[in-house]
Design a binder for this molecule. Sequence first.
Ligand code: GLV
Length: 324
Amino acid sequence: MKPKILVTEPIPDKVITHLSSFGKIIQGERGEYNTEEDLIAGLQHADALLCMLSTPVSRKVIENAPKLKVIANFAVGYDNIDVNAAHEKGIRVANTPDVLTEACGDFAMGLLMAVTRKFNEAEQYLREGKFKGWEPLGFLGMELRGKTLGIIGMGRIGQSFAHRARAFGMNIAYHNRNPLPDDITHALDAVYYTDHRQLAREADVLSLNCPLTEGTHHLVDEDILKIMPDHAYLINISRGPVVDEAALARALKEGQIAGAGLDVFEEEPEVHPELIQAPNATILPHIASATFETREAIGMLAANAIISVLKGKKDSEIPNLITG
Ligand code: GLV
């Protein structure tokens, strides 16, 4: 009998065709498995789970999934999965590193330009019929050349953003648990900060590219926002809870910082009402990896991890398994 694979949301056809050649797909509708109860019900007969970053794969879910052998997240971040609980039950967990790096680097650069050059505000002005002619003092923004991009979390995506920012003439500074190897630092001419507060104090743009963990929850809080220069911008394409959203909404309102480009939110899909109103925030619905090419590649990588586990391949033969 073919193994059963629960796919919690519609994903690219190519991935479904690929998975169908191996197992029987239980296909979810949008949002159908976003509660623990619905997910537990859906997992009763499933051998494998291909889930989204919005799928709550908690300990309770894992302990109530009698046949589950593998979980593959359709995302690189996997803070929605209790990996320890899965490993305790011998369930393998996979994510999708590398394949979305360039799409996210492009997106971060675009978001930075959009917020520093006021794309959204200016577009709205035009759409509202307020554009009456070229204005020498209209929608002035911050130029990027010579400014410092401070990156917290200099992994693959942080580095891809940094490379793009270098091409725009920005200086790169970063904070990580450990400094990067010299060849990478030299290629980016990047300066390492042991203290992320010092980085926040000195950067013209502070970008969050770290995973969400207990250690990074509310890493950007009221105190950090206060020490950032008032001309500085915050970019967040990592996870919403890395920022205290209420504190950010206040900081934007009071002009403590100049603006924020946000693709992620603390209580997705909810967005703090004051951020919705904030003219100096560019806010987007978690779309950093949303290109045709990347979403297909994400799906294929997740699908291949599922197929490999169900075929009984060794962990060492499955590059995107999360270990430890
Ligand atoms: C998207 O946020 C991802 O983690 O892939």
